[in-house]
Design a binder for this molecule. Structure first.
Ligand code: NAD
Ligand code: TYD
Length: 348
């Protein structure tokens, strides 16, 4: 029987992965390990919290003893590691928090797996990473699995370091591992400090929409449930030692996304066309702001047969409706730390 430790399962992407695995694989035991930072919220998991194959453990991946105990208590067979500090702006303010969780936390988890799996055969350590490790595509092209690492922010540097440690453990201790590097995700449960939920929240409340620089930076967007199905494919069919890039061939300039959100929300909220556009406010650019990310996802499409299921406009529509219908969720997550952080940065 598989007993899978999913770290960061109370966060944005992790909660979709946990829900998918708990429902699709009733014979697997799913252990969600999360220390519930500002970004972790058990409300994200209420649909599965009573499932007999689901367990939650409130543990920090910096706590080596508790990690060892959870491997032993639940006889962990595999790991899907998503726990991380994930917001680039916060990494600029507090890089060490990213070193602790993303680098040291990952090495702690590798150590726990290595010592519990006396024989690594039949076990898998799956590390979920980001396309940001490849740096910024200022001269065109796409990120492939062989693009050299060139991280430019403290966040991406910490994720790159963790990817290197996972590969080093595979080489040195013969741990079976896979890594996937995904583009920007959007969808339900994303903390409203990231571009899309932040704009939805602010449009609803008639607050300014802070667009960094000229809004010309480009990101490649994927609906979060499509990322979860890709993780399912890689976990079950990925080859040990391999890397898979995940993305939807869906590049957008930030300013175009903000316009799209304004237009759609005016329609949905019954506001006169052009009302929300007036909230757009160009603000000081992010320090070291990467210009463009774009994923070449042909390897996962060809080798594992994965395809994204949703077109962007459909995904955005679903996302807006989810945030409008989940007012209590938003109130809970925006009542504490986020509000202080937001006010300190934008002063309103
Ligand atoms: P998130 O910030 O929404 O969630 C992170 C989760 O990890 C939270 O539940 C938090 O409580 C938990 N966590 C943080 N520090 C912890 C610690 N020390 N111990 C235990 N738990 C801890 O992040 P997300 O956007 O869901 O990203 C999940 C993973 O996917 C990350 O590894 C991230 O680098 C990667 N990723 C994210 C994106 C994206 O667009 N969001 C894209 C590609 C890859
Ligand atoms: P974000 O959602 O923070 O993801 P990432 O930095 O990991 O790509 O930001 C997406 C893009 O939107 C990025 O180019 C920065 C920009 N941005 C804004 O212009 N304004 C904002 O308030 C935020 C949060 C992001």
């Amino acid at each position: 029987m598989k007993s899978i430790l999913i770290t960061g399962g109370a966060g944005f992407i992790g909660s979709h992965v946990v829900k998918l695995f708990v429902r699709k694989y009733p014979d697997y035991r799913i252990i969600n390990l999360d220390c519930l930072t500002y970004a972790g919220n058990l409300e994200n998991l209420k649909e599965v919290e009573h499932a007999s194959n689901y367990h939650f453990s409130k543990i920090n991946i910096l706590d080596e003893d508790s990690l060892r105990k959870v491997f032993n208590d639940f006889q962990i067979t595999d790991v899907i590691h998503l726990a991380a500090e994930s917001h680039v702006d916060r990494s600029i303010t507090d890089p060490l928090a990213f070193v602790r969780t993303n680098v040291i936390g990952t090495v702690n988890l590798l150590n726990a797996a290595k010592s519990f799996w006396k024989n690594p055969e039949g076990h898998l350590f799956y590390h979920v990473s980001t396309d940001e490790v490849y740096g910024s595509l200022d001269d065109g092209g796409f990120f492939t699995e062989t693009t050299p690492y060139d991280p430019q922010s403290p966040y991406s540097a910490s994720k790159a370091a963790s990817d290197h440690f996972v590969r080093a453990y595979a080489n040195t201790y013969k741990l079976n591992m896979v890594i996937s590097n995904c583009s920007n995700n959007y969808g339900p449960n994303q903390f409203p400090e990231k571009l899309i939920p932040l704009c939805i929240h602010n449009i609803k409340h008639n607050k300014p929409l802070p667009v960094y620089g000229k809004g010309e930076n480009i990101r490649d967007w994927l609906y979060v449930e499509d990322h979860a199905t890709a993780i399912d494919k890689v976990f079950h069919h990925g080859k040990s030692g391999e890397t898979y890039n995940i993305g939807g061939f869906n590049e957008w300039k930030n300013i175009d996304i903000v316009h799209l959100l304004c237009q759609k929300m005016d329609e949905i909220l019954g506001r006169e066309s052009g009302t929300s556009e007036k909230l757009i406010t160009f603000v000081k650019d992010r320090a070291g702001h990467d210009l463009r990310y774009a994923i070449d996802a042909s390897k996962i499409q060809q080798e594992l047969g994965w395809e994204p299921s949703l077109q962007f406009e459909e995904g955005i529509h679903k996302t807006i409706l989810w945030y409008l219908e989940n007012e209590t969720w938003l109130e809970h997550v925006t009542s504490g730390d986020y509000q202080k952080y937001y006010e300190a940065h934008y002063g309103h």
